[in-house]
Design a binder for this molecule. Structure first.
Ligand SMILES: [Zn+2]
Length: 1030
C-alpha cells in the first residue's frame, strides 16, 4: 500500500509538471556538435542501402511497385530526404547508387536541382562509392568494375563537379584484393568500408581490435596502393534499438515530451552510451561509426533524423560520450588525424561465411548462364566502343549507352552474383539484350562504314547490312545457315579487339558441304567441316526459341571451321562460296568402352599437343606436348554434391544450400551410364572428342593443331531433381602435380592470390566445411604448381573453384537447388526455361581451357590467352551477290600503325570516344611482379603509333575512373601508416608521359588512364583507308 501511495504522489507531480510544461512545447535540439578530443566520439552516419535489383527489379524498387514482395521505394527515400536535410543544416546523408539517383535527378525541377546542389556543396549530402551500383566483388571482372564505377563517377562529376572519396561496399559477400587496391586506392579513395567478413575472422579481429586495417591488395603496386579499410563490428545497420524507420515494429523513439506517457530520455541516453562503450571495446581510438540505416530505409527520412537530433542533444547533455552527425569522410579524417599505425592486411576477404557451415561460396557459380551473358556483353562492349571510335562517334546514335547502363546494373551484388529472384534475373537479361541490340546496330554500322568506299562522304547510310550471331555458341546463326546458291557469297568480317595480331580458328554453322573459304585476296583458306551433333541441334532449337523468340527454320549440318588471321585492333574479311568440290568432312569414329586390354589407347591432337584416351573407360589419361616434352597424367571426371536441404534437426545449424550458400551433403562421382560411346572427329585444324557422359552431360574436348591447350566444351542440364535432391555439378581434373595443398586463384580476373587448403593467413581456421570452405571465386582461372610443372585452367565466365586434392583442380559448373538458404532471396535456385510448350531445368553450355607448362612458363599462356577469352573475335556476316561483288573497298584494316603491335604484356582495356569527342584510353599491364621472367618488366606503349595519322593535341593522365587528373588525386589522397612496414623499395610505376615523345610506361599490374584530345590529320574516312593492313 505504501508503495502505491508513493507512486500516486509521483504521478501527481508529473501531471503538474506536465501541465506547467504545456507552454514550452517547441524544442530546439543542439545538433551542431563536432568531434571532441578526449571523448569517445560516436559518428552517426545516416545512410540507405538501395539494391539495384534483388527481390524486385531496379525500376520496381525505384517507383515502389510490387510492394507485396518488399515495401521499398527509392523515390520516396530521395523525396523525403531533401526536406529533412533542409530542416537542419547539421544533418548529413550519404548516397551511393547512381543507377537510382539518376532516375530521380532527371525528374527534378531546376529549383530542386539547385537545392540539391547546395546540399552537396555544403557537405550535407555526400556521394560515396558512387558507381552505378554497389558491385559484387566475387563474380565481377575488373574491367566491368572499372566501367560501372566510371559511369557513376562521371555522372557525379558532370552534375555536381565532385569526386567521391570513400569506398562503401557494405553488402557484398566477401571482399576482393582488386576492390581494395584498384577500385579503392587507384580511384583515389581514402578509405573503404564493408560489412561482411568471415565470422571466425571477425571474432578474432574484434578481440584484437583489428577490424580496421591498412589493406594492401596488390603485391606489385604494394605500399603505393594502401588504403584504410574498416569492417563493421556486425553489419551495416544501427546498434539494436536505434532503428527509426517510420513503420518499423521494433523502433523505440526518443520520447522527450513530458506531457505524454512513456517519457524515456534517460533510458535512451543510457542505451546509447552502453552501445557506444561496447563498440569502443573492440575499436581502436576514440572514434566509432554507427551506420544509421539499412536496406531501402529513410522512406520517411524525418523519423530517423528527428530521433538522431534528440539523441545528439541529450547524449551530449549527458556528457559521457560525444555524439555527432557525421559521414564516412569525416570519420576517415578523424582516424587519420590520430597519426596512428594500423594492422596491415594483404590478399583478400574470401571466402565469406556468416556462421558455422554457412559458406557463401555457392553464388560464385549461381546462375551460370547469366554470368556468361554478362561476360560476353562485357567483351562486346569493349569492342563496340573501339569500332565506334574508328568510325567516329555519331551524335545521333546508335551508341553503346544502353549496353553501358545494362552492364553496370548487372554488376550489382545481387545481379551477376546470381542471388536475385528469378523475375529480377530476367529483368537483368532483358536490359542486356536491349543494350546489345543497340550496340549491335552500332557495330554493324561501323563495320559497314569501314569496309565501304562510300564512307568517305561521312558514312551516314552505309549500303552493306552486316548481321551478327549472339547465339553462335549454340550453333544458331541465320546468316550463315542460308543455302548458298551459286553466285551468292557469304562475307565474314572478323574483328580483333586486342592490341596484337591474332590467328585463331573460327567456326560457323552451315547447311551444305560444298563450300570454299577464301581470304580477301582470293586465296583459299584451309577449312574443316565437323558434323553438328544431334544434342547440339536440340539445344539450338529450344534455346533460340526461348532467348530470341525465333524458331529456327533451317537446320545446319556442319560446323565450318577455318583459320583467320586478324591485325591488331582491326579486321580481316573472308569470303565463303559454294564450291564444286566438297571440303573434306571429318568422319566421326566411334568406339565404346571395352573390356579390352589397358594398351587400348587412342591418341588425338593434330599438332604438338597429344592427348591419350584409354579405350577402356574412354577417359583421357596422358597429356604430352611434343614441343617442350611436358608430360603428365591427366584425368577428368564429373561428380555432384547433393545439396543439403536444411532439414537435419539433429544439428542446431540448419542450413540449406541455396543461391548464396554452398552446403553440400555428400559428394557423388558420376560414372558414365552403361556403354558410352567415345566419338573422335579428326581433321586438319583440330580434333574433337565427344563423350555423352549421361543423359544430362555432354562433353566435347578439342585439341587444335596450332594451339597447345585443351578446350573443353560442356553441356550440362537439365540437372535431374526427380529424387527431390538439389545437385551442384563439378568437374575435377587430376594431374600428377605435387601441389602440396597450395593453389592460386585470380582476383576479379587480375592478380593471382595464393590459397592453401584448410588454411587462412589471418586466423587459425576451424574447418567445418572442407569443400565449401575451400571454394574461391574464379574469373580468369586457377593453377597449381610443383618444382617441375604448372597446371592452369582458364574459364569463360565467373565460377567457383578449388583444389580439394593435391594435383587436382575443381570447377563448379552448374547448380540446381530446391531450397532457399535463408538469406533473404526467398526462392530456391531452380532455374527453368520455357519454350515450345514445355518448361525444363536450365541447360548450361560453356568452355574451360587447360594446359600444363614447365614451371615458370604458365603465366604467358594465362595472360595472353586470358585476353583472347575475354575478347573473342567478333564476327559479322553479309550475303553478297557474287556477280557484282568482288571485294570490299577496305577488306582489311588495323586501327594502329600496321608495323606496330602492343607489347605482349599490355592490353587496351578501354578505347572510347567520349561525348565531347575526346578519347578515353586505358592501358593495363597484364603481369604481376615476378610472374614471368621476361614480361614482368616495365612496358612502354608508343601512342603515336597507336593513333597513326592523327595528331595528339593534348593528353591528360587521369584517375582510374577518369573523374580527376591523376596528379591532383595523388596530391589529395591520404597516406596511411601500417604497423608492419612494407618493404621500402620504391614501388615501380611508369613515369610521366612526355608530351613530345608520347610514350606510356607501365609497371607490372599498373593500369593507366588517359583522356586524349586527338585531331584527324586526314578526314576520318580517309584515315582508315590508309590504315589498310594489306
Ligand atoms: Zn545489398
Amino acid at each position: 500500500m505504501k508503495v502505491m501511495a508513493k507512486f500516486e504522489i509521483w504521478f501527481l507531480i508529473l501531471m503538474v509538471c506536465g501541465l506547467w510544461m504545456v507552454e514550452a512545447k517547441y524544442m530546439v535540439y543542439n545538433t551542431s556538435q563536432g568531434i571532441v578530443a578526449g571523448k569517445l566520439n560516436v559518428h552517426l552516419v545516416p545512410h540507405t542501402h538501395d539494391d539495384v535489383g534483388w527481390l524486385k527489379t531496379v525500376d520496381q524498387y525505384y517507383v515502389g511497385s510490387n510492394n507485396s514482395i518488399q515495401g521499398a521505394c527509392v523515390e520516396n527515400v530521395l523525396d523525403s530526404l531533401i526536406p529533412a536535410l533542409l530542416a537542419d543544416k547539421n544533418r548529413k546523408f550519404i548516397y551511393v547508387e547512381q543507377a537510382f539517383f539518376q532516375r530521380w535527378w532527371r525528374n527534378q525541377s531546376p529549383r530542386m536541382q539547385n537545392t540539391v546542389r547546395q546540399l552537396v556543396n555544403s557537405g550535407q549530402l555526400e556521394f560515396i562509392n558512387g558507381g552505378w551500383c554497389m558491385h559484387d566483388e566475387a563474380a565481377t571482372h575488373y574491367i566491368d568494375m572499372i566501367d560501372q564505377t566510371t559511369l557513376g563517377h562521371n555522372y557525379i562529376k558532370q552534375q555536381f563537379n565532385v569526386t567521391p572519396r570513400i569506398g562503401w561496399q557494405i553488402d557484398p559477400f566477401g571482399h576482393s584484393a582488386v576492390q581494395a587496391y584498384l577500385l579503392g586506392a587507384e580511384v583515389g579513395f581514402d578509405s573503404l568500408f564493408f560489412g561482411r567478413i568471415d565470422y571466425q575472422d571477425r571474432e578474432k579481429r574484434k578481440a584484437e581490435k583489428s577490424l580496421e586495417v591498412i589493406w594492401q591488395g596488390s603485391k606489385s603496386l604494394s605500399s603505393s596502393t594502401q588504403i584504410f579499410a574498416g569492417a563493421f563490428p556486425k553489419n551495416y545497420e544501427p546498434p539494436s534499438g536505434f532503428y527509426f524507420e517510420v513503420n518499423d515494429n521494433s523502433a523505440i523513439p526518443v520520447q522527450d515530451d513530458v506531457n505524454l506517457f512513456d517519457y524515456n530520455v534517460q533510458e535512451r541516453v543510457n542505451d546509447f552510451v552502453a552501445a557506444a562503450l561496447s563498440q569502443a571495446n573492440i575499436t581502436r581510438s576514440n572514434h566509432i561509426m554507427w551506420t544509421m540505416g539499412t536496406d531501402f530505409k529513410y522512406q520517411y527520412a524525418e523519423s530517423w533524423f528527428k530521433n538522431m537530433d534528440k539523441l545528439i542533444h541529450y547524449v551530449n547533455q549527458d556528457g559521457r560520450v560525444n555524439a555527432l552527425y557525421s559521414s564516412p569522410s569525416i570519420y576517415t579524417d578523424a582516424k587519420h588525424a590520430l597519426d596512428e599505425s594500423w594492422p596491415l592486411k594483404t590478399d583478400d576477404y574470401f571466402p565469406y561465411a556468416d556462421r558455422i557451415n554457412a559458406y557463401w561460396t555457392g553464388y560464385f557459380t549461381s546462375r551460370p548462364a547469366l554470368k556468361l551473358y554478362v561476360r560476353m556483353m562485357s567483351g562486346y562492349y569493349l569492342a563496340a566502343r573501339q569500332l565506334e571510335f574508328f568510325k567516329g562517334r555519331s551524335d545521333t546514335g546508335p551508341t553503346t549507352e544502353l549496353l553501358a547502363d545494362a552492364l553496370a546494373i548487372a554488376q550489382h551484388h545481387d545481379a551477376v552474383s546470381g542471388t536475385s529472384k528469378q523475375h529480377v534475373a530476367d529483368d537483368y537479361s532483358k536490359r542486356l539484350f536491349i543494350g546489345y541490340k543497340q550496340a549491335e546496330d552500332l557495330v554493324s554500322n561501323s563495320l559497314a562504314c569501314m569496309v565501304e568506299s562510300a564512307s568517305a562522304s561521312g558514312c551516314k547510310n552505309p549500303q552493306i547490312n552486316f548481321k551478327q550471331c549472339p547465339l553462335l555458341n549454340i550453333s544458331y546463326c541465320p546468316p550463315t545457315e542460308a543455302d548458298l546458291a551459286p553466285g551468292k557469297k557469304l562475307v565474314v568480317v572478323v574483328y580483333n579487339a586486342l592490341g596484337w595480331k591474332r590467328t585463331d580458328v573460327v567456326r560457323i554453322p552451315v547447311v551444305n558441304k560444298n563450300v570454299i573459304v577464301q581470304d580477301s585476296n582470293g586465296k583459299e583458306i584451309e577449312s574443316q567441316l565437323l558434323p553438328i551433333v544431334k544434342a547440339s541441334i536440340a539445344i539450338r532449337n529450344y534455346y533460340a526459341t526461348a532467348y530470341v523468340g525465333e524458331s529456327p527454320t533451317s537446320s545446319p549440318k556442319y560446323w565450318l571451321a577455318f583459320t583467320v588471321t586478324v591485325p591488331a585492333l582491326g579486321f580481316s574479311s573472308y569470303v565463303i562460296t559454294s564450291g564444286k568440290q566438297a571440303v573434306s568432312v571429318s568422319i566421326p569414329q566411334t568406339f565404346y568402352k571395352t573390356d579390352g586390354s589397358q594398351s587400348d589407347a587412342v591418341e588425338v591432337g593434330p599438332g604438338n599437343l597429344k592427348l591419350s584416351y584409354s579405350a577402356n573407360g574412354g577417359k583421357f589419361t596422358q597429356y604430352f606436348n611434343k614441343r617442350n616434352q611436358v608430360r603428365s597424367s591427366l584425368e577428368q571426371s564429373f561428380s555432384y554434391y547433393s545439396a543439403d536441404d536444411g532439414s537435419k534437426d539433429d544439428r542446431k545449424d540448419l542450413q540449406a544450400s541455396g543461391a548464396y550458400v554452398f552446403r553440400p551433403n555428400g559428394s557423388f562421382p558420376i560414372h558414365p551410364e552403361g556403354k558410352v560411346p567415345v566419338t573422335i572427329i579428326r581433321g586438319s585444324l583440330l580434333d574433337e572428342v565427344h563423350q555423352n557422359i549421361n543423359s544430362w552431360i555432354y562433353q566435347i574436348t578439342r585439341v587444335y593443331k596450332e594451339k597447345e591447350h585443351i578446350e573443353v566444351e560442356f553441356t550440362v542440364g537439365p540437372i535431374p531433381i526427380d529424387n527431390g535432391i538439389g545437385k551442384e555439378l563439378v568437374t575435377q581434373i587430376q594431374t600428377d602435380i605435387k601441389s602440396n595443398k597450395t593453389f592460386y586463384t585470380d582476383s576479379n580476373g587480375r592478380d593471382f592470390i595464393k590459397r592453401i587448403r584448410d588454411y587462412r593467413a589471418d586466423w587459425n581456421l576451424q574447418v567445418n566445411q572442407p569443400a565449401a570452405g575451400n571454394y574461391y571465386p574464379i574469373n580468369l582461372g586457377l593453377f597449381l604448381k610443383d618444382n617441375n610443372n604448372e597446371f592452369s585452367v582458364l574459364v569463360d565466365r565467373s565460377v567457383g573453384g578449388s583444389s580439394l586434392v593435391d594435383g587436382q583442380l575443381e570447377l563448379m559448373l552448374h547448380r540446381r537447388l530446391l531450397h532457399d538458404d535463408g538469406r533473404g532471396v526467398g526462392e530456391a535456385l531452380n532455374e527453368t526455361v520455357c519454350a515450345l510448350g514445355k518448361c525444363m531445368g536450365l541447360t548450361v553450355q560453356g568452355k574451360y581451357y587447360m594446359r600444363i607448362d614447365s614451371l615458370g612458363e604458365g603465366a604467358k599462356w594465362r595472360r595472353s590467352f586470358g585476353q583472347e577469352i575475354y575478347s573473342p573475335l567478333l564476327l559479322a556476316f553479309t550475303e553478297q551477290d557474287g556477280d557484282k561483288f568482288t571485294k570490299f573497298q577496305v577488306p582489311s584494316f588495323t586501327g594502329i600503325d600496321p608495323s606496330y603491335s602492343l607489347p605482349d604484356n599490355v592490353a587496351i582495356i578501354t578505347l572510347q570516344e567520349l561525348e565531347d569527342h575526346t578519347v578515353l584510353l586505358r592501358l593495363a599491364h597484364l603481369y604481376e611482379v615476378d610472374e614471368d621472367k621476361d614480361l614482368s618488366t616495365m612496358a612502354s606503349v608508343e601512342l603515336k603509333r597507336l593513333f597513326p595519322k592523327r595528331k595528339i593535341n593534348k593528353i591528360k593522365e587521369m584517375s582510374l575512373t577518369a573523374n580527376q587528373e591523376r596528379a591532383e588525386m595523388e596530391k589529395k589522397r591520404i597516406k596511411w601508416k601500417a604497423e608492419t612496414p612494407s618493404d621500402l623499395r620504391d614501388v615501380p610505376r611508369g613515369g610521366t608521359v612526355d608530351p613530345k615523345k608520347l610514350v606510356v610506361e607501365l609497371a607490372p599490374m599498373e593500369i593507366r588512364t588517359f583522356v586524349i584530345d586527338l585531331s584527324q590529320s586526314l578526314p576520318a574516312a580517309e584515315s582508315w583507308k590508309s590504315h589498310m593492313s594489306l
